[in-house]
Design a protein around this ligand. Structure first.
Ligand SMILES: NC(=O)C1=CN([C@@H]2O[C@H](COP(=O)(O)OP(=O)(O)OC[C@H]3O[C@@H](n4cnc5c(N)ncnc54)[C@H](O)[C@@H]3O)[C@@H](O)[C@H]2O)C=CC1
Ligand SMILES: N[C@@H](CC=O)C(=O)O
Ligand code: NA
Length: 452
């Protein structure tokens, strides 16, 4: 340790929350205190941990000094140089962070729900107070993605971000595909492993991924994007049948977050942000992202394609990102300087997700007789939707299914139609028209296909 470091008094760190992430942050702050002090140039002193119930059993936090636990979050914030918020939810997290900022503390948060709902209030308060606000853990857990987009790519022009940014849904879809596990059992496992949000609805309905997409889009396109700007669909309608058919046709289903630069019908340039399940070809790198891992593709004008991959959820991986931010903020306290401020100069319009043109896969059950395919193809042609491929694969075996439809005696054939890139409205009109054809028994699924 150098002379100037020895002169620097400890920086007081307040931790708000001691759950899956907070307990790991506390552990790392304690166990790595000597290294952290050397990296920062001053000791980091954990002065308290705010929790709802200080007397509750904490199996996750066995190594944490219980005397640090407090139910007085406001009092704790008032005596800190750096406040780490890992309690989640909108309130009291927002008020506590604003209090911290107003009192001159730097803040680090993993709270994507809060940032996607009201980040600008926090960013503005931090700018006014001249303090840092860091949030690497809020998007894709341990993966460095906020900093690369916000800082490393600040000299480039991002065109598109395509990513798997929710560990829970990726885990659930992966378990369904690889082991045939039921949706509910897989969600339960993701909860037990510490991947899921306090209310896993946020994961499976796509709110968590949408919040992350909003944060990334704001940074990438220098434009304020909030949760309500994101078109969102979760994975609750994905069935074991869909998963099995995806494999049968050389795909895997992933919940994707996509933020891209688009041009509207009137020629206006804007940003479109969407989260939805999509078929990804098995040959695409995103198809190989298993379990709770995340991956984010970034396409930029000069840099070309970049891919960021790693653990997107879980206590220790998320704590890694939190600690990185804490070190950055702490260094500024010691050495001077400040992290980046919100950049919204481009203020691009947010265009509807329907502006995005993608390939689709339509799966339908039809009467198994000659001429049906021609009728279906005729509808596609009449709506101006171009066919890339039509297949009539044999029915996959679906774990747990009774196989009643596929015994060959029901006169059902399954058609899988992949389109070339089509507008959402044209595709919807096409599907409606196909559905009423006499030999069509059912449109079993319509999914976007993403990735080359
Ligand atoms: N679990 C994960 O894999 C990841 C979580 N995050 C984010 O990190 C944050 C925390 O997540 P988890 O640790 O999983 O949650 P958790 O539910 O395991 O822990 C939350 C902690 O905050 C405390 N808390 C909640 N409300 C409080 C209040 N009003 N007053 C005092 N204490 C309160 C609870 O007592 C608990 O100790 C959330 O914003 C979450 O979205 C981000 C990335 C990954
Ligand atoms: N619930 C989230 C946790 C990390 O952000 C997820 O599953 O990805
Ligand atoms: Na991250």
């Amino acid at each position: 340790m150098g002379a100037s470091q020895q002169e620097q008094g400890p920086l007081r760190v307040a931790l708000l929350g001691c759950g899956v992430v907070g307990s790991e942050v506390a552990r790392l702050l304690t166990q790595q205190s000597a290294d952290l002090a050397s990296r920062v140039g001053a000791p980091l002193e954990l002065v308290g941990i705010a929790v709802r119930d200080a007397s509750a059993p904490r199996p996750l936090a066995a190594s944490v000094d219980r005397s640090l636990l407090t139910e007085d979050a406001e009092g704790l914030v008032a005596r800190a140089d750096i406040v780490i918020e890992v309690m989640g939810g909108i309130e009291p997290a927002r008020t506590l962070l604003l209090r911290a900022i107003e009192s001159g503390a730097a803040v680090v948060t993993a709270n994507k729900a809060l940032l996607a709902e009201d980040g600008p209030t926090l960013y503005k308060a931090a700018d006014t107070a001249g303090v840092d606000i860091y949030f690497e853990a809020a998007v894709a857990g341990a993966i460095p993605i906020v900093r690369p987009v916000r800082e490393s790519l600040a000299g480039d022009s991002v065109r598109r971000i395509l990513g798997i940014v929710n560990g829970t849904t990726n885990y659930v879809l992966d378990q369904m595909a690889s082991t045939g596990m039921s949706f509910d059992d897989a969600v339960k496992q993701a909860q037990d492993l510490g991947y899921a949000e306090a209310d896993p609805t946020a994961d499976v309905e796509g709110f968590d991924a949408a919040a992350k997409a909003a944060i990334l889009a704001s940074l990438a396109f220098h434009t304020r994007v909030s949760l309500e700007d994101v078109a969102r669909e979760g994975i609750t309608r994905i069935t074991a049948d869909d998963v099995a058919w995806a494999a049968q046709t050389g795909h895997v289903i992933k919940l994707l977050a996509i933020a891209e630069s688009v041009t509207g019908d009137d020629g206006a340039h804007g940003v479109s942000v969407r989260v939805h399940p999509a078929l990804v070809p098995l040959t695409h790198p995103l198809a190989g992202v298993r379990g709770a891992f995340n991956a984010v593709f970034v396409e930029a004008d000069a840099a070309g394609e970049l891919m960021f991959y790693g653990r997107g959820a879980g206590g220790a991986p998320t704590a890694s990102a939190v600690l990185g931010d804490v070190v950055s903020a702490a260094r500024h306290r010691v050495l001077g300087g400040k992290g980046p401020e919100e950049s919204t100069y481009a203020a691009l319009p947010i265009l509807p997700a329907s502006t995005a043109v993608t390939r689709y896969q339509v799966r339908l059950a039809v009467d198994d007789r000659p001429g049906v395919l021609a009728q279906v193809a005729q509808v596609l042609a009449s709506k101006g939707v171009s066919i890339e491929a039509v297949r009539q694969p044999s029915e996959p075996s679906v774990p747990g299914a009774d196989g009643a439809e596929d015994d060959g005696s029901t006169g059902v054939a399954h058609l899988v139609i992949t389109t070339h890139a089509a507008a959402e409205a044209a595709l919807a009109a096409t599907v409606d028209a196909i559905a009423v054809l006499e030999p069509v028994q059912e449109i079993t699924s319509v999914l976007r296909v993403e990735g080359a």
